[in-house]
Ligand binder design. Structure first.
Ligand code: BGC
Length: 781
């Protein structure tokens, strides 16, 4: 059987149909494989000039000589080269007769086929298959099938671990729009070093490399083994490899398997690291790669069971949505409470692996409703980094806990203060503090959907108390008007810095303080012992929640115009209009002539939804007229210069009836990386957009919102969609929702006798467990 036969049906495959080295960095991102513990970019095994390989391990951050803390580009486990009679095969060194790579998103496999012709005219076919096991997250596998098509020359394979890695740190200032030569572009960067040697050696059965990070002192252990007969080894301080001569036994084809185990001192004590790592590899080698692969496939199938979204349509929607889900599946650490998901997950260095509001607002809903255990772990990360948030507040002269706009391993503020080329000052770390309310929003959304009061009492409570205290100290009281204000702020729209009273931030803070007071009351009633313990430890004054409520009621929310349009911040309506007149081929607006990110502040141009974000996050608080007015006003001024933007516009567009634009916003979000429509896929996957796309499907086309503790739906399907199906986990049950143009079928999977009341277009309906309930609606009702 050839490796290709292992692949899933066509609709699950993402293909690179021919060799395209100009796009190799984008493919490295697109073809990332991973399992939440690690992510590995889809680089060529033999390495080529201009590539940017990377293996990233969740939680392995380091500072040392980098500008800010980096997610470390860890040792690379992929290297594998084929030598034909002393000549190394590479897509740059030999003639490529045929080339194709395929990512199988259903199974988490990357397949490659390349047929080479070397200088002697010898034709050799290389097929590889790689995976990062979801069944054993410390294990990776790479199978290479080598076929001598027209020769009998000796063939050797070399494989090992490359620890000579660095992170990209700063780029010298070049003119705007400067184009770099594809092969040497990364050479321009100042690089940071994070790895130093600890030990390296080899035995008959494996090579072993242990490195340490220079600042945080993490130990990273990798053991690798190639199948086959006698091997020669190369052992350096920072790299190890073994080489095996292939025995074709008179045939044309030969298979070599490479198994690699990876452990770090985050997982086991340093003294046990080597043994643990070698034992994992030995156990896997004894069973063989096929057994490891089968375990992985079973684990992957299990992951898809509750996460899949089925769209019956002719267009690209199905594959694009599943592609995003694939990345969400390989991004989550599952049970590790000390890591979260960075802005590019584990697929690249962009944003240095830092954690933003993206996690709570864009990613979390997917995990809450499909894998609540992963959602819980992501929120627990905020609990375990509370000390860092307390330190941030203190450093800024405030009380309580202030979450970092960009966080890494400790919760301290890690936002860089300058762009990578040093040209522009960045103020997000100082001013974009709505993140603290977003964390609270994530916690309470999770608790509402799961009913997990233990989490609320055990983790959430402390966070809510400390963050509420932060707001109380950060808000400024205007005595004359007896109102509370937030000055010198940046809202989600990062074009406008140092503004006063950003409506999004003020409104979310109000929500935060009111909800926190309610949540405390709930815990006091339902989890008394835990409540008393936390209250005593934090010296909670009995009157504090009432103070929060009283302050919340007096927070200044910038006045609505008569039209209901929310003023984004004080003075926004007085800014200059810079009409958008040019749209690209995807229907996305271009900057008006002369404008760019850093000079749009005196205009009403908006980078991404800001006031509009409120309409989505607090759906109960605004009526249809206000939603429509705000959508019309802000949509016309939004440039979508963040991949986080189109999804929200799609959802709101469906809600207010601008369905034509909504469809194109949805596609923009769903195809962000497959079509590279932000132009920077090469630097890493837009994981928030993947989460936003899932929300487009469920909250947009499915019209799903939680209102007054109930699941409510207002579906709408594009004309080209025949039906849509998704599954939502809800308080220990699963609700399967199938939507057609004029009816929906709900199925509650839960213990017999249980029922849930849902709402379809505002009508309450009772769904009993185990039955398909068909409900009709008139589209747009
Ligand atoms: C967006 C932020 C986002 C960040 C990371 C920025 O461009 O404006 O909203 O959190 O990227 O994805």
């Amino acid at each position: 059987m050839t490796l290709k036969n292992l692949l899933s049906a066509h609709e699950w495959l993402i293909e690179e149909p021919a060799l395209d080295l100009a796009r190799q960095n984008a493919y490295e991102t697109l073809f990332t494989i991973g399992n939440g513990y690690l992510g590995t970019r889809g680089s060529f095994e033999e390495r080529v000039r201009g590539d940017l390989p990377g293996t990233f391990l969740a939680g392995i951050y380091d500072h040392h000589d980098s500008t800010v803390v980096d997610l470390v580009s860890c040792p690379d486990w992929l290297p594998l080269s084929v030598w034909v009679d002393g000549e190394r095969l590479s897509v740059q060194g030999a003639m490529v007769l045929e080339h194709r790579r395929v990512l199988d998103i259903r199974q988490g496999l990357l397949y490659r086929l390349t047929r080479f012709e070397d200088r002697q005219g010898r034709r050799t076919r290389l097929e590889t298959l790689r995976f990062a096991s979801l069944a054993n997250r410390h294990l990776c596998g790479l199978r290479a099938d080598i076929t001598r098509e027209n020769h009998e020359a000796p063939v050797a394979v070399e494989g090992g671990i490359d620890g000579r890695r660095f992170n990209l740190d700063r780029l010298p200032a070049y003119d705007e729009g400067h184009v770099f030569d594809a092969e040497s572009r990364f050479e321009k960067w100042a690089k940071s070093r994070h790895l130093g040697p600890v030990s390296s050696d080899g035995s008959d059965s494996a090579v072993y490399l242990e490195l340490g990070t220079l600042d945080r002192g993490h130990h990273l252990a990798y053991a690798s083994s190639l199948s086959g007969g006698a091997k020669t080894k190369r052992i350096d301080d920072l790299a190890v490899a073994e080489r095996v001569k292939l025995d074709f036994e008179g045939g044309q084809r030969c298979t070599v398997d490479k198994l690699v185990s990876i452990w770090t001192s985050r997982d086991v004590e340093v003294s046990k690291l080597r043994r643990t790592c070698l034992e994992t590899l030995a156990a896997a080698s004894t069973r063989g790669l096929t057994a490891a692969l089968n375990d992985h496939l079973a684990a992957f199938a299990e992951r898809w069971r509750d996460s899949d979204v089925v769209i019956e349509s002719d267009g690209p929607a199905q594959r694009a949505v599943r592609y995003g889900i694939y990345h969400l599946l390989i991004a989550a650490g599952d049970r590790d409470e000390r890591v979260s998901i960075g802005a590019n997950a584990l697929s690249g260095e962009r944003y240095r692996g830092h954690v933003f509001w993206d996690t709570e607002i864009y990613l979390l809903p997917f995990y809450i409703y499909t894998q609540p255990a992963a959602a819980r772990a992501l929120l627990a990360y905020r609990y375990h980094t509370l000390e860092g948030a307390i330190a941030n507040a203190r450093a800024n002269g405030y009380q309580g806990a202030q979450y970092a706009w960009e966080a890494a391993d400790t919760g301290h503020e890690e936002t860089p203060t300058w762009t990578v080329d040093g040209k522009h000052r960045l103020w997000m770390g100082e001013e974009e503090f709505h993140i603290t309310a977003d964390v609270a929003y994530g916690i309470l959304t999770y608790v509402r959907a799961t009913g997990d009061l233990d989490f609320l009492a055990g983790y959430g409570l402390e966070i809510l108390i400390q963050t509420s205290r932060f707001w109380v100290s950060r808000l400024e009281h205007d005595a004359e008007r007896d109102r509370f204000e937030l000055r010198r702020v940046m809202g989600p729209d990062e074009f406008h810095e140092h503004v006063d009273n950003n409506a999004f931030t003020n409104r979310m803070v109000k929500w935060h303080l009111l909800e926190a007071a309610d949540a405390l009351e709930l815990c006091r009633g339902e989890r008394r012992a835990a409540f008393d313990e936390v209250a005593a430890r934090l010296a909670l004054n009995a009157s504090e929640p009432a103070t929060w409520q009283s302050i919340a009621e007096r927070i200044h929310i910038p006045a609505d115009r008569e039209t209901g349009v929310i003023e984004q911040f004080d003075g926004y309506f007085d800014l200059k209009e810079a009409p958008i007149t040019v749209w690209d081929e995807n229907g996305m607006p271009a900057y008006p002539e002369g404008y760019h990110h850093f000079n749009s502040a005196d205009t009403t141009l908006v980078k991404q939804p800001d006031a509009l974000m409120l309409l989505y996050l607090l759906p109960d608080q605004f009526d249809d007229r206000v939603k429509r007015a705000n959508y019309d006003f802000y949509e016309a001024r939004t440039l979508h210069k963040s991949s986080l933007s189109p999804a929200i516009h799609a959802i709101l567009g469906i809600e207010i009836g601008d369905t034509a634009k909504a469809e194109s916003y949805f596609l923009r979000s769903a195809l962000v990386d497959l079509a590279d429509n932000q132009g920077n896929t090469e630097e890493g996957i837009h994981i928030a957009s993947a989460g936003g796309t899932w929300q487009c499907v469920v909250a947009g086309f499915g019209g799903f919102r939680v209102k007054q503790g109930r699941m409510t739906f207002r579906p709408w399907l594009p004309a080209s969609w025949r039906w849509l199906r998704f599954r939502l986990k809800w308080r220990g049950a699963v609700l399967q929702v199938s939507i057609f143009s004029d009816h929906a079928v709900f199925r509650l999977e839960a213990e017999p006798g249980r029922s849930e009341t849902i709402e379809l277009f505002d009508r309450p309906r009772v769904i009993e467990a185990g039955k398909d309930v068909l409900l009709r609606f008139s589209p747009g009702s």
